[in-house]
Design a protein around this ligand. Structure first.
Ligand SMILES: NC(=O)c1ccc[n+]([C@@H]2O[C@H](COP(=O)([O-])OP(=O)(O)OC[C@H]3O[C@@H](n4cnc5c(N)ncnc54)[C@H](O)[C@@H]3O)[C@@H](O)[C@H]2O)c1
Length: 450
C-alpha cells in the first residue's frame, strides 16, 4: 500500500477511517463523515460510552445528531469498537482523545500517544494519522518518531497531520461545518487525502501551515487570546465594582469603535476543557526554554481568583443585609446551554462557599446525578458538597437567601427572571449581568462589575 492508493481509496470512499475518542469532538465528526457515506469505525476505551452508543443513548448536546446517527448505524457506516482491527484497505486514524493538564505524574500527551500506539498496532504502509486533539508544542514530532520507530517513513509511505478542532459548543452561527481549520501535513499527498476527508466536514476549508510547530502554537494561542481577554474584562469588572461603574456599559460603549476592539464580557471565569488548559501548553514550552509567558501566567492566576472574588462579594452583601448564609448556585456547566461540567467555575464557587460555612444548593437543567462520579473527576474534587435541586419552584427555594447565577441557560432563563421579578429570593448575584434591573422587585440585584 502507498499514500497514492490511500488517495484513490478515499476518493472512492472505500478507505477505512478509525476515529479514536467518541466525545464532544470525536462523536460529531464520526456522524458527519459517516453521513457522507464514509466507512467509520468509532473507537473508545470507555466501555460505558460504547455501550451507551450501541443502545443509541446520546448526550443532550448530541440529540440534534440523533436521526443522522441512527441512519448511519442502520446502513452500517458506523461500527463501534473498543480496539482497532486490521484492514486490507487503507486506514486513516483520527485522534480525538483528551489532553489533560500536564503535571509531575501526567504528560499532556498521555492519551494521544496511547491512541497513536493503538492505531499503529494494526497499521500498514500507506496509512495515515490525523491528530485533532489539542496538543503541546512538539507532540506531532514525538508522534512522527513513534511512527518511524515502527519502520514507516512519514511523508513517504505514511501520512501525518495535525488539524486541531475549533468547535465552540452551543454556538449557533459557527459549527463544525463552517469553521475553517488550520492544518499541518507531512507531505502533499497527505494534504490531498486530508482535503478530501475534510470536504465532508467543513467543505475542505483548510489553511495548510508550513510546520507542525506553527499549527501547534496556533491552537494554544487562540485559546490564550480568549483567556487573556476574558481575564482583562474580569479585572475591569473588579475595578468597576470598586468605582461604582457598570462594566457592561463601559464594554458596550467601547465596542462602538469599529476597529481594534473585540468585546468580551465578564463572568465567573473561563472553564471547560480548552480555554483554561491549552494556554498552559505555551507556558510549558516557555518554561522548557528557561523563559516565561507572564501574560498567560497572570491570566491563569486571575481566572483561578474569580470564584473567590464572587464569594467575597456575596458574603459581604449577605452580612450587610443580615441574611442567612444559604445560597443557590444556578448554571453549573462551564458555559450556557451546554451539559459539559468540566472545570466549571460554579464548582469552584461551591467549594469556596462551603469553606466559608454556607449551606449550598445547586441547580442546572443539564445536571445528571448518575454522572456524579464523572463531575468529581472533571472538577478535581472529592465530593459534590451541595444539595442538587431538580426543581426551583417557590416552595423548593423558600429558605434560600442568595441566588448566584453563574450561567444563564435558555431553559432556566424565564424562571430566574420570575424569581427576581417576584422577589422570591432576597439577594441575587448575577455573574453575567444578564438580568434587567426591575424597580418593582424587592430583591437586591448585584452584578459582577456593578
Ligand atoms: N470539547 C470541546 O469543545 C473541544 C474544542 C476544541 C478542541 N477540543 C480538544 O479535543 C480533544 C477531545 O476533547 P473532547 O472534549 O472530545 O473530550 P471528551 O472527554 O469528550 O472525549 C474524549 C473521549 O476519548 C476517549 N479516550 C481516551 N483515551 C482513548 C484512547 N486511547 N483510545 C480511544 N478513546 C480514548 C475517552 O473515553 C472519551 O470518551 C481534546 O484534546 C480537547 O482539548 C475540545
Amino acid at each position: 500500500m502507498s499514500l497514492e492508493k490511500t488517495l484513490d481509496q478515499i476518493n472512492l470512499k472505500s478507505a477505512c477511517i478509525e476515529i479514536y475518542g467518541l466525545g464532544y469532538v470525536g462523536f460529531p465528526l464520526t456522524v458527519r463523515l459517516a453521513s457522507n457515506d464514509l466507512k467509520i469505525i468509532g473507537i473508545d476505551i470507555n466501555p460505558d460510552r460504547i455501550n451507551r452508543l450501541e443502545n443509541n443513548e446520546l448526550m443532550d448536546s448530541e440529540i440534534n445528531l440523533e436521526s443522522e446517527y441512527l441512519k448511519c448505524r442502520e446502513n452500517a457506516n458506523i461500527k463501534l469498537q473498543k480496539h482497532p482491527e486490521e484492514s486490507s484497505n487503507s486506514k486513516i486514524g483520527i485522534i480525538c482523545v483528551p489532553t489533560p493538564i500536564p503535571d509531575k505524574n501526567t504528560n499532556s500527551d498521555i492519551f494521544v500517544i496511547s491512541a497513536v500506539n493503538s492505531f499503529l498496532s494494526k497499521a500498514k504502509s500507506g496509512d495515515m494519522l490525523v491528530l485533532e486533539s489539542s496538543i503541546e508544542v512538539g507532540t506531532t514530532e514525538k508522534v512522527q518518531k513513534i511512527i518511524e520507530s515502527k519502520g514507516f517513513k512519514v511523508g513517504n509511505n505514511f501520512g501525518l497531520c495535525f488539524c486541531p478542532e475549533r468547535i465552540d459548543p452551543a454556538n449557533k452561527e459557527w459549527g463544525v461545518e463552517n469553521i475553517p481549520r488550520v492544518i499541518y501535513c507531512s507531505d502533499d499527498l497527505t494534504f490531498k487525502i486530508a482535503k478530501k476527508i475534510y470536504e465532508n466536514v467543513n467543505q475542505g476549508n483548510l489553511l495548510r501551515v508550513s510546520t507542525h510547530k506553527v499549527a501547534e502554537i496556533v491552537k494554544s494561542f487562540e485559546n490564550a487570546f480568549r483567556l487573556v481577554n476574558i481575564t482583562l474584562v474580569n479585572e475591569l469588572a473588579i475595578l468597576c465594582d470598586s468605582l461604582g461603574v457598570n462594566v457592561k456599559e463601559v464594554i458596550d460603549a467601547a465596542a462602538t469603535k469599529p476597529f481594534g476592539f473585540l468585546a468580551h464580557y465578564p463572568g465567573a471565569g473561563a472553564g471547560g476543557h480548552c480555554i483554561p488548559k491549552d494556554p498552559r501548553f505555551l507556558l510549558e514550552s516557555a518554561k522548557k526554554r528557561n523563559s516565561n509567558f507572564e501574560t498567560i501566567e497572570h491570566a491563569l492566576k486571575i481566572n483561578e481568583y474569580m470564584p473567590k472574588y464572587i464569594c467575597n462579594s456575596i458574603e459581604n452583601k449577605i452580612n450587610a443585609m443580615g441574611l442567612k448564609k444559604i445560597v443557590l448556585v444556578c448554571g453549573l456547566a462551564y458555559k450556557a446551554n451546554v451539559e459539559d461540567m468540566r472545570d466549571s467555575p460554579s464548582f469552584k464557587i461551591i467549594q469556596e462557599m462551603k469553606k466559608r460555612g454556607f449551606i449550598v444548593y445547586g441547580h442546572d437543567p443539564f445536571f445528571d446525578s448518575n454522572l456524579s462520579k464523572k463531575y468529581l473527576i472533571e472538577n478535581h474534587i472529592s465530593e459534590l458538597n451541595f444539595k442538587n435541586l431538580k426543581n426551583i419552584d417557590d416552595e423548593s427555594i423558600k429558605e434560600i437567601s442568595c441566588l448566584c447565577v453563574v450561567q444563564h441557560h435558555d431553559e432556566s432563563k424565564t424562571r430566574i427572571k420570575e424569581i427576581y421579578d417576584n422577589s422570591v429570593i432576597p439577594f441575587i448575584y448575577d455573574c453575567q449581568s444578564k438580568l434587567q434591573k426591575n424597580p418593582q422587585s424587592k430583591s437586591q440585584l448585584d452584578f459582577l462589575g456593578n
